[in-house]
Design a protein. Sequence first.
Length: 209
Amino acid sequence: MFIELVDALRCPVPHEESWLVASAVRMEARHIVEGTLGCPVCSAEYPIVHGVVDFRSTAVEPAAHPAASDSTQAERLAALLDLSDAHGFAVLLGPWGNHSPPLAAITDVPLVLVDPPAGVTGEPGISVIRCDGVLPLAAGAARATAIDAGDAARVSSAVRATRVKGRIVGTAAVALPDDVRELARDDAGWVGEREAPASPLVSLHVRRG
């Protein structure tokens, strides 16, 4: 887990939102390899083992996903996510994590893999998170996100974690989420842009006199 990404993480327990506190046992360069993340609000602790942050209430072995990636697929994904500069970080959900090694080789943008397939591991430039569904990320923290066909709460949290005007990519099997404006689509999937959430209606009281 890249140390500078800790500020973007949030406790998944429903309560007042707060940042997490990192306690590192072993670090390599600026990556926490072994350690703990603690919540100052509810005192929950989340282990970091072999660089992977585990937010799950019950550990379950991730499913394998045989699809491999190559430089052509990685270049396409980098273009769709608009990873043209080194600002911020991008999130890859589920099977999208298969693209992380070649993607990390062509972009300086740190990658955060959420529940990647079995066998996909972290390395410099690639951080891994395991969670129960809802992404433990602050609103608007990510510059771009590639989403998988998860449940509605997971997809909604992925959109919420993406900054306004940030790119969101999905396969053809994934429905376009709310608050995402479609930019382009082909047989393989679509790319959209996160829109600003609608403001609540404000009641206007007119004084007569």
